[in-house]
Design a protein around this ligand. Structure first.
Ligand code: M6R
Length: 366
């Protein structure tokens, strides 16, 4: 049942090329230069007339929502707010009929997300679900939606659900960008071709596994970890930190790289491993100067870089390469080594990877 892997989590990490391809199936029609999503097509007017999109979710799904904020705003020029479902529902939020709410949930059973949906619906908003589990409560409660088709996710730590959620949200952003004319038809075509290459590139990113394991061995006894990223990869830093906390019980924090100087830099000393996402596009020079700041305070740097990178290689203690792609697609690749890093550390510490303490696969209490 674990397909030859030691844990469901590892199986699910390695399933991602296939899972992402399944998410595309029937939707990404590169030859015809079409993105087909009936849930979006059928409600196109609602999306096009929306003043803004509000994303509600929890945990890893919330991180996928944050990635989508950058993508929707960049490609489709629609303002997006991303809310923790639990905060949103308890604070008398301003919601109108002109809002589109996107609820993201792997299980489709998360109580806080479900309650946020009910609240948004009662205020007249149109609610769109991005779920993995077919026929789940959230899938049923929403007005329309798109499944991620990742297949069952058993490991409590969410992995393939995250990348397939980002894939669905990217397809939506591309479809809406095309409808709104916010990207040219040549860019649109180029992006579709690039998106179609992602499963192969995820496969390449997975080849870092053995090397990531050696890094895990070096830092497995660290008491704290810091994760930094900017732009599209800031939420990936948050997600990297969450993965480590959940399964290895090591304290970790994710931060936007530029915020470091406003406080967290005080934590850095020779005991502090810092994973920095520093892919070629996305504010590369700025991230490089953040890396220099860490280095001069003796922090240990694990760089996640674009294949062939030289600058970060010279500065960092370790670099893990991922293939080059369009900037907005980099989270689908940079997240892979961070999943593997947390997995290997947890295994080395002899933790229960698939069922970490105090956690359940779906949180059905409010
Ligand atoms: O099923 P959902 O996507 O609604 O679950 C949301 C969170 O409970 C979930 O992502 C949680 O944070 C995971 N354990 C993260 O790995």
């Amino acid at each position: 049942e674990k397909g030859g892997f030691d844990h469901f989590m590892l199986k699910e990490i390695f399933e991602q090329p296939r899972a992402i391809r399944d998410t595309f199936r029937g939707r990404l029609l590169t030859d015809e230069a079409i993105v087909k999503m009936s849930g979006v097509e059928d409600n196109m007017k609602k999306f096009l007339n929306a003043d803004r999109i509000i994303v509600v979710a929890c945990g890893t799904s919330w991180h996928a929502g944050l990635v989508s904020e950058y993508i929707f705003e960049d490609l489709a020029r629609i303002p997006v707010e991303v809310e923790y479902a639990s905060e949103f529902r308890y604070r008398n939020p301003v919601i109108t009929e002109k809002d589109v709410v996107i609820a993201i949930s792997q299980s489709g059973e998360t109580a806080d997300t479900l309650a946020a949906i009910k609240l948004a619906k009662s205020k007249g908003a149109f609610v769109f679900g991005v779920c993995n589990v077919v026929g789940s409560s959230i899938a049923r409660e929403t007005d329309a939606g798109a499944y991620t088709h990742a297949g069952p996710e058993i490991g409590v730590a969410s992995t393939k659900a995250f990348t397939t959620q980002i894939t669905v949200l990217t397809l939506m952003a591309l479809r809406l960008a095309r409808a709104k004319g916010t990207i040219s038809s040549s860019d649109f075509r180029r992006y579709l071709i690039e998106l179609e290459l992602i499963p192969e590139k995820v496969k390449k990113a997975l080849e870092s596994d053995a090397y990531v394991k050696t890094i895990a061995d070096i830092y497995k006894n660290a008491k704290n970890f810091l994760y930094l990223g900017r732009g599209f990869n800031f939420p990936v830093a948050l997600e990297g930190a969450l993965k480590l906390k959940e399964i290895s019980y090591i304290h970790a924090e994710g931060y936007p790289a530029a915020e470091m100087k406003h406080g967290p830099i005080a934590l850095i000393d020779e005991q502090m491993p810092v994973a920095v996402i520093a892919t070629k596009k996305g504010h590369y020079e700025k991230v490089v100067s953040n890396i220099q700041e860490i280095k001069s305070r003796k922090g240990k740097i694990i760089g996640i870089v674009t294949e062939g990178d030289k600058t970060v290689k010279d500065l960092a203690d370790h670099v893990i390469e991922v293939p080059e792609t369009e900037e907005f697609l980099t989270p689908l690749l940079t997240t892979i080594p961070l999943q593997l890093l947390s997995y290997h550390i947890a295994v080395m510490l002899d933790k229960n990877v698939d069922q970490p303490r105090n956690l359940a696969k779906s949180v059905t209490v409010e």
